[in-house]
Design a protein around this ligand. Structure first.
Ligand SMILES: N[C@@H](CCC(=O)N[C@@H](CS)C(=O)NCC(=O)O)C(=O)O
Length: 376
């Protein structure tokens, strides 16, 4: 009620103001009329696309994901899922080398830009691209198979994924070694890897642990979490049995999701101790077979990707001089970013030092107060 009353008051005030400013004399009225005629009528403009790649080509999918690693094309199963799907669907796509700087409006990777529009979240991307380009890997499945696929994808992405995340956040050192992560390259900065690794371990470890706990998996004991993961692998292995792919001779969406997640477990460097990989190798050899089949089918350039860390090894290379100019531009851009990163890191460092100092100070104050109390 009160707000209605306020509206009424506001309305009458407005009317009053309009009346007060209404032109009274004939001259004034004429002046007003000419004003209206002179004002050019603005042509309705099409909305400007709000994209990070303004020089896009029509119907090319621009994929934003993490940088490559020497053991797996993406450390994110969701990014690997989208890229694998794009390749299986045969759509034209280009990875945008953003040095892990951007996130979608939802705050995550992967996202794509298509014809000036951002689409975020692997499932939404696949659904929307599938509809637009009439590509549905699951078209041949019956309803019961589609339901099984849905349940399995949910298990992988909402359960097995978190088991893997838990391990990563608990063993950041092994994660860096196991995936041979080179942060200097990944972020396109000149800050030494030793420094970057420390920040990575603190940031990723702490933030990741919080997320894993909030999700629920992280509250359990390590041996229980490993058992959860092994149970998921067993289910997938039994479902695959001796088939080429989960639903027969051709890969479907479930194969794409399984591959993108199992690759994270299987391709981790052999030198790195990892219980889940050992379990997969010992007890789920058919899943190893599936991972290798998917890799061969969708990533014939896998070795090239892992050696060169090239995000676009699937695209024809530009002629040398064009490439040189492009490289120079990239270098300049990366250099600028590096300088900015260094400043940010310095800032972060001094913030941490300040935090430490104030903690120390408050500890000292507490000590002094305690001493005072004791003297009394
Ligand atoms: N439901 C999302 C999940 C994507 C996701 O969790 N992405 C993570 C990486 S695996 C992310 O971007 N995290 C934020 C970050 O790393 O800054 C999808 O399917 O795309």
């Amino acid at each position: 009620m009160a707000s209605e009353e306020n509206n009424v008051t506001a309305e009458s005030k407005e009317t009053k103001e309009v009346q007060e400013s209404t032109p009274e004399t004939k001259q004034e009225k004429e002046k007003e009329a000419t004003k209206t005629v002179e004002t050019p009528v603005a042509e309705p403009q099409p909305p400007k696309p709000v994209v990070r790649k303004p020089n896009f080509e029509k119907d090319i999918v621009y994929l934003y994901q993490f940088s490559r690693t020497p053991v797996v094309p993406s450390l994110s199963p969701y990014c690997l899922k989208v890229e694998t799907w794009l390749r299986l669907a045969g759509l034209k796509y280009e990875n945008v080398d953003h040095k892990m700087k951007y996130r979608s409006k939802k705050g995550q990777l992967p996202f794509i830009e298509l014809n000036g529009e951002e689409i975020a979240d692997s499932s939404v991307i696949i659904k929307e691209l599938g509809q637009k380009f009439e590509k549905d890997l699951d078209a041949g499945l019956d309803n019961a198979q589609k339901n099984v696929s849905h349940a399995m994808i949910s298990m992988i992405e909402n359960h097995l994924f978190w088991v893997v995340m838990w391990w990563r956040t608990k063993h950041t050192d092994n994660m860096i070694k196991g995936y041979k992560i080179n942060l200097q390259h990944a972020l396109g900065t000149r800050i030494p890897n030793a420094v970057l690794n420390v920040f990575f371990k603190l940031g990723y470890g702490r933030k990741g642990s919080k997320k894993v706990k909030a999700q629920g998996i992280g509250v359990h004991k390590p041996e229980e979490i490993m058992e959860f993961g092994q149970n998921d692998l067993k289910v997938l292995s039994e479902m695959l049995a001796d088939k080429e792919f989960f639903f027969g001779d051709e890969p479907k969406l479930l194969d794409v999701v399984a591959f993108a997640n199992l690759a994270q477990i299987y391709f981790i460097d052999k030198e790195c101790a990892y219980q889940l990989r050992d379990f997969m190798q010992e007890h789920c050899q058919n899943l190893v077979g599936l991972v290798n089949r998917m890799k061969d089918k969708c990533f014939p350039d896998w070795e090239d990707i892992c050696q060169t860390l090239d995000l676009n090894s699937h695209l024809p290379k530009p002629p040398p001089e064009e490439k040189e100019n492009k490289n120079k531009d990239e270098e300049k851009k990366v250099e600028k970013e590096g300088e900015k990163d260094e400043k940010d890191t310095e800032k972060e460092k001094s913030e941490k030092e300040i935090e430490k100092e104030s903690e120390k100070e408050s500890d000292e104050n507490k000590e002094k107060e305690k001493e005072k109390e004791e003297k009394k």
